[in-house]
Design a protein around this ligand. Structure first.
Ligand code: ATP
Length: 912
C-alpha cells in the first residue's frame, strides 16, 4: 500500500511537470507513468495534446550557448597582429604630425586619422563577415537536427526531435541518437553509449522491466535512456519523460556534442603565411628605414613614415576575412547541393580525394525495394507490382497467376514480414517506408498475398528478437500467437542456411542435406547474377532459449533495387576526374557485380574480393591487390576499416561512405567520412565529416567538385591579392628610394588593399565550380597553396605593375601639364591595374582567350564598383583633400589607361 502511494505521488509529480519530479521517471512503473502522462502506448499522443504540451514545455531543444556579444567580437577584431601593426603605423603618423608644427591640421594628422578610420571600417567589415560566416554555419548545423520515430494519432511517423513532448511514444533502434529522456517500455538487446552523459565508455545494457529505487544514480538507471546518448545495439519503445532543459543533460547544463568549429588546415596555413608576410614586411621596412638613416638625406620622422607605408603596402590586409567568408559561402553552396559539411577541413580534403569507397545499397541504388522473385523448394515464382503498393499477382514459371497462393509462399512471406519492423505509410499520393526498405519489401509482399501489417500485428505479438547485424547478416524475431511461439529468421542465404537443419518441401519438411544446400546456393547465385538482392527465410516452430537453432529453410526472395540513374554519369565523372570508385557492400558478390556492370563501374581485369577472401589476406596483401579491386562484397564493418587503411597505405586520399553504427570507425579513419542523411544512423552522421542529404552517390561527386572549386577560388584570390600587393610594394619601395618624390599616403595604400582590391578578391572567392574542374586529376595533398611558377609570375606581374606606376610617376614629373599630380596618377594606376588583372587571374593557368566559362557577373560588378569608387575619390573635388589627390589632366588619364591595360598582356605572357 505504501509503495503504491509512493508510485502514485511520483506519477503525480510528473503530471505537474515540475522538473525536479521528472527525475523519478526511472523508478515509476511503466503503467503509472503512461497514465500520469495521459498517453497511450499503442496510439501515442494526439496531435492536439502534443501541441498543447508543446506550448507548456517548449521546443525539445537545449539552449544554445549564449553567443558572444557584438562588442566583445568587435574588440576581438583588433587583436590581430595586422591591426596592431596598422595602429602602430597610426601612432607613428601622429608622432610625425606632432613634429610638423607649421602644416595644416589635416596634413599633420590626416594619415593617422585615415589609418584609424580604415582600421575601424576593417573591423566592422570583419565583424559583418564573421557574422555571415557564423550564421551560414549555424544554418548548416540546424539541418542536422535528428529525426525521431513517434506514434501520434495512432500512426508511426517521423518528426524532428525538436517537436517531442513528454508523453510521446517513440521507437528507438541501434544507431539512433536518443532524442529526449525516455522511460523504456520494451527493450530488446538494448545497449546505449552514455559516455557523453556519464563518461562511461563501455555501452550500458538497458532493461525496461527492472525495478529501481528512486535514488539510484543516473549511470545505473537501466529503465531509462537519456538525451545526448546513442543506441549502439538493439531496439526499444518508450515514453518521453522529459525534454530539453528538463532532461539530465539539460539539467547539468551541458551542450549536445556539436561539431566543433575548427579552423581548417588551409586557414591555419594562411594564418601562418600571413604572419610570415607580416614579419618579412616589417623587416624590409626596418631595412628601408636603416638605408634612409645611413644616407642621411631626410629626417627620421619622414623615414619612419616611409617604412610604415611600405609595410602597409606589402601586407595583404584583406586575406583572412575573404578566406573565412569564401569557406563559409562555399559550404553553404555545398549544402544547397545536398552535402552538409560537419568538419571544416573536409572542404579542402575533398579536392584531393583519389578514391571513393561507396556503399551499394541506397547510394548507387535507389533503395526502393520490391520483391520480384520467390524461390521455394517447389519452384520459382515472379511477383508483379510496383514499389510498396500492396497490389500485384504472384505468377508461376509459365507466367500464370497463382490462385490460390501456394502454402509454401504464404509461409515464406509471413515469416519474412513477421521478421520485419518496417511500416509502410502514405506520404501524399505515394507510399513511403519507415524503417529498412528491404523489410518494407517483405511487408509489401505479405500484403500482396492478403496479409497486411495490421492483420499480422493483431495475430502475432513479437516477444523476443535477435537484431539484424550487418556482420552476421541475419536477424530473428520470435512471435507468440494462438500457435505458440515461432522464431522467424531472415538474412543472407549463406548465413541462414548454415543455421538450418530441415528444409520445407511440397511434401512437408525433411532434413537438409549437402545437395539441398548446394542447390539453394546455386539458386541464390542465379538470382543474384541478375542484380537481385537475395534474402533467405527460415523458421523454427518450437524455439528454445536459442532462437536461431534447428531452423527449417522456407525459401528465398529476390528483391529488386534499381540502380540510380544519376550514378552512372557520376561514376563517369569520377573517371574523368582521376578518382577511383570502389564499391564496398554487404551484399552478394554477384548482385554487386550485376549492379556494377549496369553502372559502368567495373571494367575488364577488375577484381571482386569477398569478405571471407579478404579475411584470409594480410594487410600487406590487401594493400597490394587494392588497386585492381572495384568491388568488395559480403564485407563486415571491421573489413571496411581495413580497406580504408589499405588504400591510405598506398598514399591514396580516401572518401568512404557509411550508414550503420558499425561503420563509425571506418568513417572516422577515412580522410573524408561521408554519412547518408536519410538511411544513415545518427551515430554514423556524428562520426562523418560530411552528411549527404539525399544518399545519392552523385551528390558526393558534386561535393568533390564544389570542394575543388572552393580550393581553386581561394588560390585565385590569394594569387590576385599577392600580385596586386607586390605591384604596390614595388612602387612604394622605389618611390621611397628616390629623394624628393612624394610617397603614396598610408590612406591611399590601405584604400587600394582593402577597398578597391577587396571586392574583386571576394568575387573570385565565390566563383562557380564549373564542370571543367572534374577533368583534371586530384591535386596532391601536400601541394603548396601556390606553386613555384605562380610565385614567379606574382613577382613578374608585381614588378611590371610597380615599374609602370613608377615610370608614369617619373614621366608625369617631366610633363608640364600634369606636374602637380604624379602621386595621384600612381595611386590611380595602382588601384585600377589590379581590376583588369583580376580577369586574368580568374582564367588561372589558361590564357584569358582560352578560358571559356561564363562571364562572372560578380566579378564584373565588383570591378565596376571598385573602379567607380576610385574615380569618385579622384574626380570629386571635395574629396581630394581627404585623399590628398590632385586633378588629373587628359594626358594623365591616357597614361593611367595605358598603364592599367599593359598589366594584362604582361601577365598573359607569363602564362605562355
Ligand atoms: P551496402 O549498403 O553496404 O551496399 P548492404 O546494405 O547490401 O550493403 P547489409 O545491409 O549489411 O549490406 O546486408 C548484407 C546482407 O544481409 C544482404 O545481402 C541481405 O542478404 C542481408 N540483409 C540485409 N538487410 C537485412 C535485414 N533487414 N534482415 C535480414 N537480413 C538482411
Amino acid at each position: 500500500m505504501t509503495d503504491a502511494v509512493t508510485m502514485r505521488s511520483a506519477a503525480h509529480d510528473l503530471l505537474t511537470a515540475a522538473p525536479m519530479a521528472l527525475s523519478a521517471a526511472h523508478a515509476t512503473p511503466r503503467d503509472a507513468l503512461v497514465q500520469a502522462l495521459s498517453t497511450d502506448l499503442a496510439r501515442g499522443l494526439s496531435t492536439e495534446t502534443a501541441a498543447e504540451l508543446r506550448a507548456v514545455h517548449g521546443e525539445n531543444r537545449l539552449r544554445e550557448a549564449k553567443p558572444t556579444g557584438w562588442l566583445t567580437r568587435l574588440i576581438r577584431q583588433f587583436a590581430s597582429p595586422l591591426v596592431l601593426t596598422l595602429l602602430g603605423a597610426a601612432a607613428i603618423a601622429i608622432i610625425v604630425g606632432l613634429r610638423a608644427r607649421d602644416a595644416s591640421p589635416w596634413a599633420r594628422y590626416g594619415d593617422a586619422l585615415a589609418i584609424c578610420i580604415i582600421v575601424v571600417i576593417n573591423a566592422v567589415l570583419g565583424l559583418v563577415q564573421e557574422g555571415r560566416a557564423e550564421s551560414a554555419l549555424r544554418a548548416l548545423r540546424s539541418l542536422e537536427v535528428p529525426r525521431a520515430r513517434v506514434y501520434r494519432d495512432g500512426r508511426l511517423s517521423e518528426l524532428s526531435s525538436v517537436e517531442l513532448v513528454p508523453g510521446d511514444v517513440v521507437e528507438l533502434e541501434a544507431g539512433d541518437a536518443v532524442p529526449a529522456d525516455v522511460r523504456l517500455v520494451t527493450a530488446v538487446e538494448l545497449a546505449v553509449d552514455e559516455s557523453t552523459l556519464t563518461g562511461e565508455s563501455v555501452p550500458v545494457a538497458k532493461d525496461a522491466r527492472a525495478t529501481l529505487a528512486i535514488d539510484v544514480p543516473v549511470a545505473e538507471r537501466t529503465t531509462m535512456v537519456f538525451l545526448g546518448t546513442t543506441i549502439t545495439r538493439g531496439r526499444a519503445k518508450g515514453v518521453v519523460a522529459s525534454t530539453a532543459s528538463s532532461t539530465e543533460l539539460g539539467r547539468i547544463g551541458r551542450m549536445l556534442a556539436e561539431p566543433a568549429t575548427q579552423q581548417s588546415p588551409l586557414e591555419r596555413r594562411l594564418a601562418r603565411f600571413g604572419r610570415n608576410v607580416l614579419w618579412a614586411c616589417l623587416a624590409i621596412s626596418a631595412a628601408l628605414f636603416a638605408i634612409g638613416v645611413i644616407r642621411g638625406e631626410r629626417g627620421w620622422a619622414s623615414l619612419l613614415l616611409e617604412a610604415v607605408s611600405f609595410a602597409v603596402a606589402a601586407i595583404p590586409e584583406g586575406l583572412p576575412a575573404i578566406t573565412t567568408i569564401t569557406l563559409a559561402l562555399g559550404m553553404q553552396r555545398m549544402a544547397k547541393r545536398g552535402a552538409i559539411v560537419r568538419k571544416l577541413p573536409a572542404v579542402e580534403t575533398l579536392g584531393t580525394a583519389t578514391v571513393i569507397c561507396t556503399d551499394k545499397t541506397g547510394t548507387l541504388t535507389q533503395n526502393a525495394m520490391t520483391v520480384r522473385t520467390i524461390w521455394t523448394d517447389a519452384a520459382r515464382y515472379a511477383v508483379d507490382g510496383e514499389g510498396y503498393a500492396p497490389s500485384g499477382a504472384v505468377r508461376d514459371s509459365r507466367g500464370a497467376e497463382c490462385n490460390p497462393i501456394p502454402l509454401s509462399i504464404i509461409d515464406l512471406a509471413l515469416s519474412g514480414a513477421l521478421c520485419s519492423h518496417a511500416t509502410i505509410v502514405e506520404d501524399g499520393p505515394t507510399l513511403r517506408v519507415i524503417g529498412d526498405p528491404t523489410e518494407g519489401a517483405l511487408v509489401t509482399l505479405a500484403a500482396k498475398i492478403g496479409y497486411p501489417g495490421a492483420v499480422l500485428s493483431r495475430r502475432f505479438v513479437a516477444v523476443r528478437e535477435v537484431p539484424f547485424d550487418s556482420d552476421r547478416k541475419m536477424m530473428t524475431v520470435v512471435t507468440r500467437s494462438s500457435r505458440g511461439e515461432i522464431a522467424h529468421v531472415k538474412g543472407s542465404t549463406e548465413s541462414v542456411v548454415a543455421h538450418c537443419t530441415r528444409v520445407a518441401t511440397a511434401a512437408g519438411t525433411r532434413p537438409i542435406g549437402p545437395p539441398d544446400v548446394e542447390r539453394i546456393l546455386q539458386q541464390a547465385d542465379s538470382m543474384a547474377a541478375t542484380g537481385l538482392r537475395v534474402l533467405a527465410v527460415a523458421r523454427n516452430d518450437a524455439p528454445g532459449a536459442e532462437a536461431e537453432q534447428d531452423l527449417t529453410f522456407l525459401g528465398m526472395v529476390g528483391v529488386m533495387d534499381p540502380p540510380r540513374a544519376s550514378a552512372r554519369r557520376a561514376i563517369e565523372r569520377c573517371r574523368q576526374a582521376g578518382i577511383r570508385v570502389v564499391m564496398i557492400t554487404g551484399d552478394h558478390a554477384l548482385t554487386a557485380r550485376a549492379i556494377a556492370n549496369e553502372l559502368g563501374l567495373s571494367s575488364q581485369g577488375d577484381r571482386i574480393v569477398s569478405g571471407p577472401e579478404l579475411a584470409a589476406m594480410s594487410d600487406v596483401e590487401l594493400a597490394a591487390v587494392a588497386p585492381e579491386v572495384t568491388i568488395f562484397a559480403r564485407t563486415t564493418a571491421e573489413q571496411k576499416l581495413r580497406i580504408v587503411r589499405a588504400y591510405q597505405a598506398r598514399g591514396e586520399v580516401v572518401a568512404m561512405t557509411g550508414d550503420g553504427v558499425n561503420d563509425a570507425p571506418a568513417l572516422r579513419t577515412a580522410d573524408i567520412g561521408v554519412a547518408m542523411g536519410r538511411s544513415g544512423t545518427d551515430v554514423a552522421k556524428q562520426a562523418a565529416d560530411i552528411v549527404i542529404t539525399d544518399d545519392d552517390f552523385a551528390t558526393i561527386v558534386d561535393a568533390v567538385q564544389e570542394g575543388r572549386g572552393i580550393y581553386r577560388n581561394i588560390r585565385k584570390f590569394i594569387y590576385f591579392l599577392l600580385s596586386a600587393n607586390a605591384g604596390l610594394s614595388v612602387a612604394v619601395f622605389t618611390i621611397a628610394l628616390v629623394p624628393g618624390w612624394a610617397q603614396l599616403t598610408p590612406l591611399m595604400i590601405l584604400w587600394i588593399n582593402l577597398v578597391t582590391n577587396g571586392l574583386p578578391a571576394l568575387a573570385l572567392g565565390i566563383d562557380a565550380a564549373e564542370e571543367s574542374l572534374m577533368t583534371t586529376p586530384p591535386r596532391a595533398p601536400g601541394e603548396g597553396l601556390l606553386r613555384p611558377r605562380e610565385l614567379v609570375r606574382i613577382a613578374v606581374v608585381g614588378t611590371v605593375m610597380g615599374a609602370l606606376a613608377v615610370c608614369m610617376y617619373a614621366t608625369s614629373l617631366c610633363a608640364a601639364d600634369v606636374r602637380e599630380a604624379p602621386r595621384t596618377l600612381a595611386f590611380t594606376a595602382l588601384a585600377l591595374a589590379p581590376l583588369v588583372h583580376a580577369f586574368s587571374c580568374r582564367a588561372g593557368d589558361r590564357t584569358i582567350l582560352e578560358h571559356r566559362p561564363r562571364v562572372s557577373a560578380a566579378l564584373l560588378a565588383a570591378v565596376a564598383v571598385s573602379a567607380s569608387v576610385q574615380l569618385i575619390a579622384v574626380l570629386i573635388p571635395p574629396l581630394r583633400p581627404f585623399f590628398r589627390t590632385e586633378a588629373i589632366h587628359a594626358m594623365g588619364w591616357w597614361m593611367v589607361g595605358i598603364c592599367t591595360l599593359l598589366v594584362l598582356p604582361a601577365h598573359e605572357i607569363t602564362k605562355l
